[in-house]
Design a protein. Structure first.
Length: 258
């Protein structure tokens, strides 16, 4: 099936440009938005669809459902206000190793993991004393064998010089291809702490959005359904991708390459 999409050359130079007119959203990123004519540039389309399999703000004052293992945590906001009514805090009631891992989810078509995270500040009073050593950070990980082995997605490493991660911030990660299975677990782990009185941290507003397998991509320049594209523009060009389920939901994005 061919799709014909009208588009216009955009003069503003944007690395990522997203347009959404429906439930789905899609964006395009480029290795560079300005190249020598005829050189190659890599494009990547990333579409979002489906419903969250996990959405937890801890506002009920407990861990809630959807978890496989949890370390004892507090939900009384011991270290100041968070981004909601309550947050999960790995404080002086939480022995190391401190962990929070989900049950198995079907993430076979990909997913986005978003959450708020904060480290306590190193040297503050317990239960608000922060991590300072390399091995006291928090590792976002996945497992595809029911938790027997875990693979790192991103490691939040403490840095007391910059006070890294010591304010509440939201972080989002696209699930790696190797983790895209029908039996995937997501977890947050701190492998070491000096004692119960040290190296505390917290989480809030965790969302895991599984992508809908019925959606697909169509690029306007060649009709390809692949997310990744390598193009060789010889003039200023605008590339457009359609993301759709082919029935009742479509969205698209454009990116200019000069």
């Amino acid at each position: 099936m061919m799709y014909y999409i009208k588009y216009y050359i955009v003069t503003a130079l944007l690395l990522i440009n997203t347009l959404s007119y429906s439930q789905c959203t899609v964006s395009i990123s480029a290795g560079s938005n300005s190249i020598i004519c005829g050189n190659s540039v890599n494009l990547l389309a990333t579409g979002y669809s489906g419903l969250p399999v996990m959405s937890n703000d801890f506002d009920l004052g407990n861990a809630g459902t959807g978890w496989n293992t949890t370390t004892a945590a507090t939900f009384t906001n011991p270290c100041g206000p968070g981004n909601g009514s309550s947050y999960l805090w790995m404080g002086d009631n939480s022995p190391a190793p401190r962990s929070l891992s989900t049950i198995n989810f079907d993430l076979s078509c990909g997913a986005e993991i978003c959450f708020d995270l904060r480290f306590a500040i190193q040297g503050a009073a317990s239960p608000c004393e922060g991590p300072d050593q390399f091995d006291e950070g928090v590792d976002l990980m996945y497992s595809i064998d029911n938790g027997l082995t875990w693979v790192s997605i991103f490691y939040f490493e403490p840095n007391i010089t910059t006070n890294a991660y010591t304010t509440w911030q939201n972080y989002c990660f696209i699930l790696p291809p190797a983790a895209q299975t029908a039996n995937t677990m997501i977890g947050w782990f701190q492998g070491a702490s000096t004692s119960l009185l040290f190296d505390h941290w917290g989480l809030d507003n965790i969302t895991i959005q599984a992508f809908d397998c019925n959606y697909y991509y169509v690029w306007s320049h060649n009709g390809s359904g692949l997310q990744n594209q390598t193009v060789w523009p010889t003039t200023d060009s605008t590339f457009t991708v359609l993301y759709t389920n082919g029935i009742n939901d479509s969205c698209w994005a454009t990116i200019p390459i000069t």
